[in-house]
Ligand binder design. Structure first.
Ligand SMILES: Nc1ncnc2c1ncn2[C@@H]1O[C@H](COP(=O)(O)OP(=O)(O)OP(=O)(O)O)[C@@H](O)[C@H]1O
Length: 379
């Protein structure tokens, strides 16, 4: 049993505002759970609370159903992999991986068997006699993971394990970690990152933590869900703006009409009318709202006579990435409107283009930052 349960978990340092605020969270037996959020939101602190490297100021932590608040880190059945690898420089790869088992007075044959097996899985067999200084960053990180694996923990804790690796190695190691999780299906994984690609590709469940000016929310959970739930059904403007790159476009608008099949809005900067497939039950005509539309959901269409459900904007800048281009479009406010277009799209600065904004892919947020519920469940 390696489920993790947090109830009313809180962490404060001295008299300061809590850095973790009232966290209720269940992580299942074999679940891969990613803590995601901007720098300083408390991801590492929450992970370290589970590891036993930080006390809870309030609330309860259970692992496998057992209350862990007062249990030492070594006795929690968790193994942690750090961003810095934390290998012993004077020990070989084998000795680093065997260290915890030796401390636990594990018989030598068992140590040899377990380290040999982990080295095979992680493709470290030829490096067992090397010292860390003679390894690449990726190899060091594999040793750190191997050291965790041999302990056969119920819970693996990863704190930004890939952030010291270059882009290619990051991708390879990410796939390695996903594969390992399948092999150790009984163990749960908690993984801290601020990298959305890691979160989206690895997680069964993402826990997105709040940060920002609103100290009432800092360190609390903004949303918990599958990667696609957070992408398609963000519960707030904060979540919508954090998930997705380039981030979702936000445009100020007013409610113009409320229908059974959606809410019609009028954009403040252009007067253009769009329907958003959300429930109007709690809205009133004239109410100020924010439209959210992702760059990849703005679909370029042939310019012509004015068509329903479209926006017409002038291109102010083009970022050509080869496979695709980001078109920056004029909009009132500080941020431009951004549309993703195919790399071979013929557009130039100064062109006025027309984009369809499909009603089901638009989002609406009220002034308090919460999302208006969609009429349809997930696409
Ligand atoms: N020992 C400490 N004393 C006081 N404040 C602390 C301490 N450790 C962390 N904090 C504060 O707690 C908040 C959360 O820090 P934490 O390292 O958990 O954030 P994070 O989301 O992991 O950030 P990053 O992505 O930058 O690593 C930060 O505002 C940090 O300054």
């Amino acid at each position: 049993m390696a489920s993790i349960s947090l109830r009313g978990a809180q962490k404060s340092y001295g008299d300061h505002q809590p850095v973790i605020r009232n966290v209720d969270l269940e992580i299942g037996d074999n679940e891969f759970c990613v803590f995601l959020g901007p720098s300083g939101c408390g991801k590492s602190t929450l992970l370290r609370m589970i590891a036993g490297l930080e006390d809870l100021s309030d609330g309860e932590l259970r692992i496998g159903g057992k209350l862990m608040n007062e249990v030492s880190s070594a006795e929690r059945g968790v193994a942690m992999v750090f961003q810095s690898y934390a290998l012993f420089p004077h020990m070989t790869v084998f000795e680093n991986m065997a260290f915890g088992l030796k401390l636990a007075k594990t018989p030598v044959e068992t140590i040899n068997k377990k380290v040999g097996e982990a080295a095979r899985i992680l493709q470290l067999e030829n490096l067992l006699t090397r010292y860390p200084k003679a390894l690449s960053g990726g190899q060091r990180q594999r040793v750190a993971i191997g050291r965790a694996i041999v302990r056969e923990p119920g819970v693996f804790l990863f704190d930004e394990p890939l952030s010291n690796l270059d882009a290619t190695l990051r991708g390879q190691t990410r796939i390695e970690i996903a594969r390992l999780h399948k092999q150790f299906a009984a163990a749960s994984v908690v993984y801290v990152t601020h990298d959305q690609i890691e979160a989206m590709t690895l997680a069964d469940k993402i826990v997105l933590l709040h940060t920002g000016k609103d100290m009432e929310q800092h360190g609390s959970i903004a949303q918990v869900g599958t990667p696609l739930t957070l992408y398609h059904r963000p519960v707030s403007r904060f979540v919508a703006g954090f998930i997705g790159s380039p981030r979702m476009n936000f445009l100020n608008a007013k409610v113009a009409a409320i229908h059974g099949d959606g809410v019609q809005i009028s954009l403040d900067d252009s007067g253009e009318m769009l329907t958003v497939a959300v429930s109007g039950a709690k809205l009133t005509v004239g109410q100020a709202v924010t439209l959210g539309i992702r760059p990849e959901h703005l679909e370029t269409i042939a310019t012509g006579a004015s068509q329903p459900q479209t926006l017409s904007r002038t291109v102010t800048l083009i970022e050509a990435l080869g496979e695709l281009s980001y078109l920056h479009l004029n909009a009132a406010g500080e941020a431009p409107l951004i549309a993703k277009a195919p790399g071979d799209a013929v557009a130039k600065v100064g062109d006025t283009l027309t984009f369809r904004a499909p009603a089901a892919l638009c989002h609406l947020f009220t002034e308090d930052g919460f999302a208006v519920p969609h009429l349809e469940t997930l696409p």
